[in-house]
Design a protein around this ligand. Sequence first.
Ligand SMILES: N[C@@H](CCC(=O)N[C@@H](CS)C(=O)NCC(=O)O)C(=O)O
Length: 196
Amino acid sequence: MKLYYAPGACSLADHIALHEADIPFSLVRVDLKTHKLEDGRAYTEINPKGSVPALQFDDGEVLTENLAILAYIADQKPELAPHGPLARYRLLEMLSYLASELHKAFHPLFVPRSTPDEKKQAAAAVEQKLGYLADKLDGPYLLGTHMTVADPYLYVMLTWADDMKIKVPDKLASFSQRMAERPAVKRALAHEGLSG
Ligand SMILES: N[C@@H](CCC(=O)N[C@@H](CS)C(=O)NCC(=O)O)C(=O)O
């Protein structure tokens, strides 16, 4: 299995989750400026959408979208999914919020052509959504007492917020520190050249 990634991008969530699940995989780095792989091939041959992550199975089949890849990983390792009634739907609910609300809200902050006003509005939207998640956090992890595949996704976006000097609620700053202590997070950061 191969994970197509770019250092520090949202694909870091899938990278961490694969380590947490102890699933064997190899990494293929994508240059998001040129959409090329290190061997010069066009990444769009793998994922026509051009975005990371993409997970390629040994038979060549490719799965894209954070929500789908993280849900797939949770299905391989039930410890990384929530438990209890509606658990599967609670996981999808959270992954959907992270992907379509929080991740999307960051978008103007990554686009060079965004105006300062657009960036300011985007930062305010990110803060509002982080506030919602902080209010909802009722335990060490997003969906309760144990880590699920939703947590690395939030963790990655908190690293972006930090880099962009967006105010992170205290509860989420503590969450981020808790995540950073996990061996799987340390391993993934080291593999992406991001530690230290
Ligand atoms: N809908 C996709 C979005 C993924 C996405 O936005 N990836 C960013 C990096 S965090 C990317 O690859 N941007 C470059 C591009 O789309 O060309 C998902 O949830 O997986």
